[in-house]
Design a protein around this ligand. Structure first.
Ligand SMILES: [Zn+2]
Length: 283
């Protein structure tokens, strides 16, 4: 088929548009509010103070997970279609676009750093029949070329998330709030107050996080006389690294941004370098 890899990627981009529509719909629904914290450990700084946390009142539609799965599948198979076009027809059923997250080709003192030869075997099976130049490109774009970024690199994530989806594991996504601003109105007097804790890294403040903490001179205020309003941009993030106790949200990325980056990388950073090596009879 004529440039089927490009058609597959176009299809992935269409899913991205559907995803964008879902995310926009969710954001417009304003499913969040500030809720006063009454239970839990009390503040040790003040005798009486006011603390509020962010509450996400409704999670995104599960359809979002389905669309994400479709996107991942088509983006991943765009790469496999590209690989199939690089080999002679008799090799097509064995071909594929390898994505290895371990540095399988790195050598120290002429020996491979990664002992396990399976990755190299898989890589060779998938690329047998390709022009040497094409294999060099595929090796160059492997996620392990930058070990520090390997677990979050676009291709590694694409491979991992697509595998998770195929095996019907959940792609964990979570709603939060970006560009957060908290406004407090006390007996009709409005003021903007600083967030009680910094935004937890990109991209957002998560459900349940404390967003306001203040103490007032005036005693005897009723809760009904105080209005705390939070505004921000709802963000839907996908878990890309398992959370640790220390950095609970470090492993989340904005789902749209992540997927757009993956598409761009494949379209502009991989295809143009492999297309000159598309197999032609008699060449
Ligand atoms: Zn306090």
């Amino acid at each position: 088929m004529e440039k089927s890899w490009r058609l597959k990627l176009d299809r992935a981009e269409q899913h991205l548009q559907d995803l964008h529509a879902e995310v926009t719909k969710y954001a417009e629904g304003h499913h969040y509010k500030a809720v006063r914290i009454v239970a839990g450990p009390t503040c040790k700084q003040h005798v009486e103070c006011w603390r509020y946390h962010l509450r996400i009142t409704e999670q995104p539609d599960p359809l979002l997970g389905i669309i994400s799965g479709d996107f991942l599948f088509d983006a991943r198979s765009a790469l496999d279609h590209m690989a199939a076009a690089l080999v002679p027809p008799r090799r097509r059923s064995h071909s594929g676009f390898p994505i290895e997250t371990e540095p399988i080709w790195t050598k120290v003192n002429r020996r491979y750093v990664v002992r396990d030869p399976n990755g190299r075997r898989r890589f060779k099976t998938k690329t047998t029949g390709m022009a040497l130049g094409a294999v060099a490109v595929i090796k160059a774009v492997q996620p392990n070329n930058d070990p520090a970024l390997a677990p979050v690199g676009g291709l590694a994530l694409l491979s991992r998330l697509n595998n998770a989806d195929k095996h019907r594991q959940f792609i964990t996504y979570s709603a939060g709030l970006g560009d957060v601003e908290v406004r407090v109105t006390i007996r009709g007097q409005s003021m903007k107050i600083p967030l009680s804790q910094p935004v937890q890294g990109p991209p957002f403040i998560s459900d349940g996080a404390e967003i306001a903490h203040f103490w007032l001179d005036r005693q005897g205020l009723l809760e009904s006389e105080i209005n705390v309003r939070v505004v921000g941009t709802p963000v839907i993030a996908i878990r890309v690294i398992e959370s640790t106790r220390k950095e609970k949200w470090a492993g989340y990325m904005d789902i749209e941004l992540l997927f757009e980056t993956v598409v761009e990388h494949i379209r502009d950073g991989i295809f143009p370098y492999l297309e000159p090596f598309v197999w032609r009879p008699g060449v």
